[in-house]
Design a protein around this ligand. Structure first.
Ligand SMILES: *[C@@H]1O[C@H](CO)[C@@H](O)[C@H](O)[C@H]1NC(C)=O
Ligand SMILES: *[C@@H]1O[C@H](CO)[C@@H](O)[C@H](O)[C@H]1NC(C)=O
Ligand SMILES: *[C@@H]1O[C@H](CO)[C@@H](O)[C@H](O)[C@H]1NC(C)=O
Ligand SMILES: *[C@@H]1O[C@H](CO)[C@@H](O)[C@H](O)[C@H]1NC(C)=O
Ligand SMILES: *[C@@H]1O[C@H](CO)[C@@H](O)[C@H](O)[C@H]1NC(C)=O
Ligand SMILES: *[C@@H]1O[C@H](CO)[C@@H](O)[C@H](O)[C@H]1NC(C)=O
Ligand SMILES: *[C@@H]1O[C@H](CO)[C@@H](O)[C@H](O)[C@H]1NC(C)=O
Ligand SMILES: *[C@@H]1O[C@H](CO)[C@@H](O)[C@H](O)[C@H]1NC(C)=O
Ligand SMILES: *[C@@H]1O[C@H](CO)[C@@H](O)[C@H](O)[C@H]1NC(C)=O
Ligand SMILES: *[C@@H]1O[C@H](CO)[C@@H](O)[C@H](O)[C@H]1NC(C)=O
Ligand SMILES: *[C@@H]1O[C@H](CO)[C@@H](O)[C@H](O)[C@H]1NC(C)=O
Ligand SMILES: *[C@@H]1O[C@H](CO)[C@@H](O)[C@H](O)[C@H]1NC(C)=O
Ligand SMILES: [Zn+2]
Length: 616
């Protein structure tokens, strides 16, 4: 999701026992695993203590190819998992054990398995955002995973402190696997590549890879960084030099770029195809927070793997010749051959013939799913690595009391986009009919007729029934835009919402790829329709639904029957009041602070403390 604004343990002694932990040595760049830790195997509580148990569901087995990929994107600090949603309740310790076991399985099968991330680690949970610097606790946890290729996201670039920390500490950690093909850092006055621009390497099974990682043409970055538009970057000499090489078997390109309908991906794809009409290209997109897969041509395929530790993407490829890889197809080269008409990308003659076959799946991020795919049970899944990470997450969270202090109990579940705003299960319906009338008001002006307007883009996640903490407040709306108030005649105030919906400056973003269709299934969740069809969701879900959300919503308080000349109070946040002001004319006041430093971020915590039960 493109956001236009920004916000401003204990180690325990345990018994040492043997275990068959697999060595995570990177296929290319050498080992980076703490082997002494890997030897320890302990039996202790896993996933976060308060997480809910996932119900048993129908899960499809994965098809393993000669080369396979696990993909995450837009994790936004959700490394503790979804404590109030049993469907996505695994944490990054569970994920670490899953990855470790999947890599071990790849070795047993004699195939490649690579782990890829497409950026946006920051902004989205209290766990990630409450610390200074932002991500102080979450970033080290993320770094424990054996990623083979990573790209930067826009949430690594909004503010100088985060960009600086990413440049100085995060990027170098990966030893050449964190790529920034179109970002530079202003390092005390000198522009330097943010990280390596490309990587050329060979997989365990001998596939010679050229990899790049781009971010979309982002312009909201801190002045400590420079983002080069993709179309410019692919014309630069370093890119041209690398792309022309003839010793490449496959291109892997990660990118914090919406997969579908993107000029940037088209430019990258065509810049490669210009020199290599048939070499396989595997693309790993993000940013849009959706599950999706796009066929560029018969051997150029892209996947996008959702958001917030809800989804792990899976991509498999078969049909590579023995001159390219030592891997044999463990389950036959009988997955999906691409027969669909390739995307029509200007200037490219797409390759329409290929021996390759593909599968893609979107795995739900929970223990049940991870155990299923690793052939383990609750008793055999845990290893010392994952347990250690899980315990670190628990102790880190416990070290920040405000993350676990219950402010109140959300009375019901209110969803961001599953229901239309007319439904009482819509978060925006709840905000405008219940929350804003109660808590967004100047305490000295509670008897005034008023409207309370908010942009919907600042809200990022559902408000789920159960305990509400500062962590949940960050998840729902992390932005500190102050509530302001002005007084205006009803004649203009009554048209404000309609005017703002079409306001040019804050124009609504494009729609996310919509899922459609339902099947006979057991649980609610994502139902994805992509270029491969409708069988991508690894757990077959009942469609949880998705509804259009207008760009703005509004609460109306005591406005029934008032005349055009009546002066009403108009509330909005500093994020958009400059735009709203131009529609408010006549006998108006200036924008003033509505209630001290009361901000969008503070709204739900105030509701929780003043109006919700403390008992849950
Ligand atoms: C986890 O591993 C680290 C590094 O090996 C070690 O220092 C730490 O004590 C371990 N933590 C727990 C909770 O076991
Ligand atoms: C493994 O982790 C699960 C999930 O947290 C936990 O409930 C269980 O006790 C652990 N099992 C073992 C055998 O350690
Ligand atoms: C940038 O990071 C470096 C290394 O962590 C630190 O020394 C420096 O103070 C930081 N600068 C800013 C402006 O945050
Ligand atoms: C880099 O930063 C210096 C100040 O440290 C500034 O003068 C210069 O204009 C910046 N360069 C770019 C390209 O932004
Ligand atoms: C970025 O802008 C800030 C505030 O305008 C200024 O103090 C700083 O020097 C600039 N930094 C760079 C690297 O240009
Ligand atoms: C990104 O920048 C390139 C120029 O380098 C331009 O051709 C392209 O249209 C831009 N894409 C978007 C989505 O703005
Ligand atoms: C693919 O081939 C394997 C073994 O040759 C077979 O077990 C499997 O059922 C086949 N799958 C499909 C989708 O045909
Ligand atoms: C495949 O591409 C070739 C060469 O561009 C073209 O002649 C042929 O018509 C294409 N076939 C299909 C089925 O699109
Ligand atoms: C929504 O309205 C229905 C019907 O009035 C009611 O049964 C339900 O409890 C309401 N749900 C919420 C979340 O308020
Ligand atoms: C609201 O109360 C203030 C004083 O408390 C009073 O001056 C004002 O007229 C009242 N406005 C309405 C609409 O009743
Ligand atoms: C739903 O998906 C089908 C393909 O299965 C497509 O033809 C149809 O246009 C889609 N409908 C909507 C409303 O998106
Ligand atoms: C998780 O799945 C269960 C089973 O379908 C469903 O009842 C529940 O609503 C889901 N939880 C959330 C928070 O969506
Ligand atoms: Zn994101």
């Amino acid at each position: 999701m493109l956001l236009n604004s920004l916000l401003l343990l204990t180690s325990l002694l345990r018994p040492i026992a043997g275990c068959e932990d697999h060595d995570w040595t990177s296929p290319v760049l050498g080992g980076y695993v703490d082997h002494s830790m890997m030897r320890r195997h302990d039996l202790s509580k896993r996933i976060q203590p308060t997480a809910l148990k996932t119900p048993a569901q129908q899960i499809k087995d994965l098809h393993w190819g000669q080369i396979n990929f696990l993909h995450t994107t837009d994790t936004h600090g959700w490394l503790a998992g979804h404590l109030l949603d049993e469907n996505y309740s695994a944490d990054y310790g569970d994920f670490a054990d899953f990855v470790q076991k999947m890599k071990a399985k790849a070795d047993r099968l004699g195939v490649d398995l690579l782990l890829i991330d497409s950026g946006d680690l920051h902004d989205g949970t209290g766990f990630g955002d409450i610390t200074k610097p932002n991500g102080k606790l979450t970033v080290p946890i993320f770094q424990r995973l054996p990623y083979d290729l990573l790209s930067i996201g826009n949430h690594e670039l909004y503010t100088t402190p985060i960009a600086n920390d990413t440049y100085h500490n995060f990027a170098p950690h990966w030893g050449g696997r964190y790529l920034t093909s179109n970002v530079e850092f202003n390092d005390t006055g000198v522009l330097k590549p943010f990280s390596q621009r490309y990587a050329y390497w060979e997989t365990k099974q001998g596939i010679r890879i050229m990899s790049f990682a781009f971010i979309f043409n982002f312009t909201g970055n801190s002045n400590a960084t420079v983002v080069t538009p993709v179309g410019t970057a692919v014309k630069q000499s370093w890119f041209q030099e690398q792309v022309k090489r003839t010793d490449i078997d496959m291109f892997l390109v990660a990118g914090h770029i919406t997969l579908r309908g993107s000029t940037e991906w088209n430019l990258i794809y065509s810049a490669i195809r210009e020199h290599h009409p048939t070499i396989p290209i595997s693309i790993f997109g993000g940013h849009r927070h959706v599950r999706d897969s796009v066929i560029f041509d018969a051997n150029a395929v892209g996947i996008a793997s959702g958001r917030y530790c809800e989804t792990v993407g899976w991509l498999s490829i078969d049909g590579l010749p023995s001159s390219v890889t030592r891997a044999k197809s463990p389950q036959g080269n009988n997955a999906t051959k691409i027969t669909a008409k390739p995307s029509a990308i200007p200037g490219v003659t797409p390759n329409n013939q290929s021996d390759l076959s593909y599968t893609r799946q979107y795995l739900d991020f929970n223990r049940f799913s991870f155990e299923h795919h690793t052939g383990t049970t609750e008793a055999t899944f845990n290893t010392s690595l994952g347990t250690n990470i899980t315990e670190k997450i628990t102790s880190d969270i416990d070290s920040l009391p405000s993350l676990t202090t219950k402010l109140g109990c959300v009375p019901d579940s209110y969803y961001l986009s599953r229901y239309p705003i007319t439904s009482n299960q819509s978060l925006f319906n709840y905000l405008t009919t219940v929350v804003f009338p109660k808590v967004v008001v100047d305490p000295k002006r509670t008897n005034m007729s008023r409207i309370v307007l908010t942009n919907t883009g600042g809200f990022r996640y559902d408000l789920l029934k159960g305990p509400f903490t500062i962590d949940n407040a960050y998840q729902t709306n992390p932005y500190q835009n102050y509530w302001l108030r002005m007084t205006a005649p009803w004649s203009v105030a009554k048209n404000l919402l309609a005017n703002m919906q079409t306001d040019k400056v804050y124009k609504k973003r494009g729609e996310p790829a919509t899922a459609n269709g339902t099947t006979i299934v057991k649980t609610e969740g994502y139902v994805t329709h992509d270029d491969f069809g409708s069988d991508g969701d690894n757990v077959v879900h009942i469609d949880q639904g998705s509804a259009e959300t207008p760009h703005y919503v509004q609460a109306n308080v005591s406005v029934d029957g008032i005349g055009d000349d009546t002066l009403v109070d108009v509330y909005g946040t500093s994020f958009f009041t400059p735009a709203a002001g131009k529609y408010l004319t006549g006998n108006t006041s200036d924008w003033v602070s509505a209630d001290g430093n009361f901000s969008s971020f503070d709204t739900l915590p105030r509701m929780a403390q003043q109006f919700w039960s403390k008992d849950c």
